[in-house]
Each structure stands twice: as C-alpha cells, then as structure tokens.
Design a binder for this molecule. Structure first.
Ligand code: 5GP
Length: 204
C-alpha cells in the first residue's frame, strides 16, 4: 500500500474516457466542516441525486451502516480493489485509514452522483473528469469553529481528533483549486448555496 496513494485517477483511465458517466458532484472539506450534513440535505432536496458509497478501511462509528455510509472493508480487500482497478481514486486520508471511490458507484445509471470525499481525492476526480465533475469546497467559518465542531461531535478519540485538525491546514489551503467555495457559517444558507451550484451544473 503506498503511503500517499497515487490517487489513482491514472489507475482507471477507461472510466474517465467514457462519455456516459453521470454528472459528478463532489463535496469536499476538512473533516468537521459540515459537508456530510450538507450532503444529506442535498440528497433530501434532490431525490434524483444518488450518493456514491465509498470504500474505507476505518472501522464503523456507532450508528453507521455497512453499504449505506461506507463499504467497510479490510485493508486486504482494499488492496485487492486497487490492483483490480475497482477504485476511481483513493487516498490514505489518515495514517492507516484508506478511503476510495468505487468505479461501480459511478457506473450505475444517468442520475447525478454525489461524492463526499477528501480534497486530494476531489482533485483526482476533477483531473479525470474535467467539466463532467463539479467540485464544491465546504469551508468552515474559521479554524476555531472547525476545532469546536470536531470536539463537539464527540465521534473521535483524542488521537483521531488531532489527526483531523492537523490535516485541516493542508485541506483549507486547497479550497481555491475547487470549482466553488461554500462557507458553512449558517447551515440552511450553505445548503441553499450548494443546491444552487448543483442545479446550475446539472441543468447546464
Ligand atoms: P470520515 O472518516 O470522517 O467519514 O471521513 C474522513 C475523510 O475521508 C472525509 O474528508 C471524507 O470526505 C473522506 N472520504 C470519504 N470517502 C472517501 C473516498 O472515497 N475517497 C477519498 N479520497 N476521501 C474520502
């Protein structure tokens, strides 16, 4: 397993060259910026949009369901997916925790598909799919707000929390490379802005 996955867009050129992939909407952000909440609201508001369920080697959190939130798989199976070209992109988002977008998730029909992935994975998708992908960066109002939200969420052990905060720095620096930035200061406003971007993209 490489340390810093080659992000794999290159591992799957055939899919990137396919003309019949659905419109791809990517929500990306530092962990704790609220993108998963926004993703859920988007799916509620736009029932035609389908969520791409990623594969991950991290263990499920309480309440998370296999096949719904993620495909929870072992590192061995993840490695096999890489070898077989089953992933459009993948990253070791945190040390020892791998996440990847399954090619099969992008090949299921014409409906726009929504990806909730990290900033490096988002860049790989953009590189592979160009205009067929819309990458929206969800920015927390401040680093302090991000730290408060992560702590308040209470889903991570202290060590995992620190990993996420350390990584946030790199992630925030990449906002400008995305197609648009949505600041999540007020959730309903951020959802409305995200929906506007997606509707414009899907109708264009
Ligand atoms: P969490 O463990 O908090 O669910 O996710 C950690 C980070 O991994 C989040 O930024 C999430 O968006 C990202 N992530 C989830 N699925 C994927 C994926 O398939 N590919 C990549 N590159 N990142 C992902």
């Amino acid at each position: 397993m490489p340390d810093d996955g080659p992000s794999s867009a290159s591992a799957s050129p055939p899919l990137a060259e396919q003309t019949d992939v659905p419109p791809i909407v990517v929500l990306t952000a530092p962990s704790g910026a609220g993108k998963t909440t926004i993703a859920r609201r988007v799916l509620d508001e736009m029932p035609a949009v389908r969520f791409s369920v990623s594969a991950t080697t991290r263990p499920p959190r309480p309440g998370e369901k296999d096949g719904v939130d993620y495909h929870f798989i072992s590192e061995e199976v993840f490695r096999r997916h890489i070898t077989e070209g089953a992933l459009v992109e993948y990253e070791e988002v945190y040390p020892g925790q791998f996440y990847g977008t399954l090619r099969a998730e992008l090949e299921r029909g014409d409906a726009p598909v929504l990806l909730d992935i990290d900033v490096k994975g988002a860049a790989s998708v953009k590189e592979a799919f160009g205009e067929r992908a819309l990458v929206l960066f969800i920015r927390p109002p401040s680093k302090e707000a991000l730290a408060r939200r992560l702590e308040g969420r209470g889903t991570e052990a202290k060590e995992d929390l620190d990993k996420r905060l350390q990584r946030a720095e790199m992630e925030l620096a990449r906002a400008d490379a995305c197609d648009a930035v949505v600041t999540n200061d007020d959730l309903p406003e951020a959802v409305a802005e995200t929906l506007r971007h997606i509707r414009t993209f899907a109708n264009g």
